[in-house]
Design a protein around this ligand. Structure first.
Ligand SMILES: Cc1cc2nc3c(=O)[nH]c(=O)nc-3n(C[C@H](O)[C@H](O)[C@H](O)COP(=O)(O)OP(=O)(O)OC[C@H]3O[C@@H](n4cnc5c(N)ncnc54)[C@H](O)[C@@H]3O)c2cc1C
Length: 296
């Protein structure tokens, strides 16, 4: 990776210092591109050198292997540009969704209220089709700019992307999001702010924000709530190593004492086998498993 003198590339990076849940081993290389051009250079260089690439935002919805991640991790956190054109707002993939929603609010624009308090980056939210309080990232999305693994740039509109619950063509085709544009609508700023404050209060009341975590571990099975299934199965509060099924919200696994990814995986396995045995339901993961021995 020597030819990347102007791009910040770190070596042997402990990922627990980056990830929301404070778990994860060592990354061989971790790069922080400042813009799309640097992102493309990194992808092309990695391809030429047969180095595998993983793209991450704020690592708020991932379980990173205790054995680390091989190859190159590209973290988008420095790609934070904001452009506004009438009611359309374009955000760099690395901007956090909380800032994006607050920016819309300060411009008296509606459509991102649901994202008040949503951890993670714009790119991560688009990739996951993150959602809360009846809103989803795809609702007001107009288009994205994205790269494939060779560094080829595409501009794709919402209808190209086939969004459904926490899924889209972006995930199916491994596209790497560099920018997203949302079409918002005018709304009284005080009303926008009041709704966002309400969502933030609800988050504080319902989610275990006092501990490191990675958000909802399981997707919602059709017709059920994961948290309720886990709670009714008597698993709430169950602890393995330093990880615990949250006493506040059973679909969260919290890191209460130097947890390892292995502790998370054991709890996940326990939930999956218990719920399968009780109800015949497959508990599909929402969190992404990344790194040595884990890649999905
Ligand atoms: C306390 C807490 C509360 C949460 N509440 C919610 C909630 O209410 N609703 C909800 O939907 N989620 C929630 N989450 C999960 C998380 O906030 C979202 O999934 C978020 O959108 C992930 O963004 P990220 O930048 O952290 O992505 P990461 O965790 O870094 O990555 C997640 C996935 O996205 C991919 N990815 C990231 N950036 C890009 C990119 N630029 N291009 C292509 N792929 C990319 C990664 O490869 C990975 O597969 C919560 C998490 C926490 C910790």
């Amino acid at each position: 990776m020597q030819q990347l003198k102007n791009i910040e590339v770190l070596q042997n990076v402990p990922l627990d210092t980056y990830s929301f849940s404070q778990i994860g081993g060592i990354a061989d290389y971790l790069a922080l591109p400042k813009n799309e051009t640097e992102f493309i250079t990194l992808l092309k260089t990695a391809k030429q050198n047969s180095i595998s690439v993983t793209v991450l935002g704020q690592m708020s919805n991932v379980i990173l292997s205790d054995d680390g991640v091989s190859g190159l991790i590209i973290v988008t956190e420095k790609m934070k540009e904001i452009n506004i054109n009438n009611n359309q707002m374009t955000f760099g993939a690395g901007l956090d969704m909380i800032t994006a929603s607050e920016y819309a609010m300060r411009n008296s624009l509606s459509g991102l209220e649901w994202a008040a308090g949503l951890p993670g980056s714009v790119g991560g939210a688009v990739f996951m089709n993150a959602g809360a309080y009846g809103g989803n990232t795809s609702d007001n999305l107009v288009k994205i700019r994205a790269l494939d693994e060779f560094g080829t740039l595409f501009e794709l509109t919402k209808k190209d992307l086939g969004f459904t619950y926490r899924m889209s063509e972006i995930q199916r085709n491994n596209l790497l999001v560099t920018q997203a544009t949302f079409e918002l609508s005018p709304r009284d700023q005080n009303e926008v702010k009041a709704e966002m404050d309400d969502f933030n209060q609800r988050r504080i009341a319902k989610q275990p924000l006092e501990f490191p975590s990675n958000g909802s571990v399981f997707k919602r099975p059709n017709g059920f709530y994961s948290g309720k299934l886990i709670q009714d199965a008597g698993l709430q509060g169950k602890r393995i190593g330093g990880a615990q099924i949250s006493n506040k919200h059973a679909n969260f696994i919290v890191n209460i004492d130097n947890a390892k990814a292995a502790d998370y995986l054991e709890l996940i396995n326990l939930v999956q086998t218990t719920i399968k045995n009780l109800h015949g339901i497959d508990m599909e993961l929402e969190v992404k498993l990344i790194g040595r021995g884990l890649n999905q």
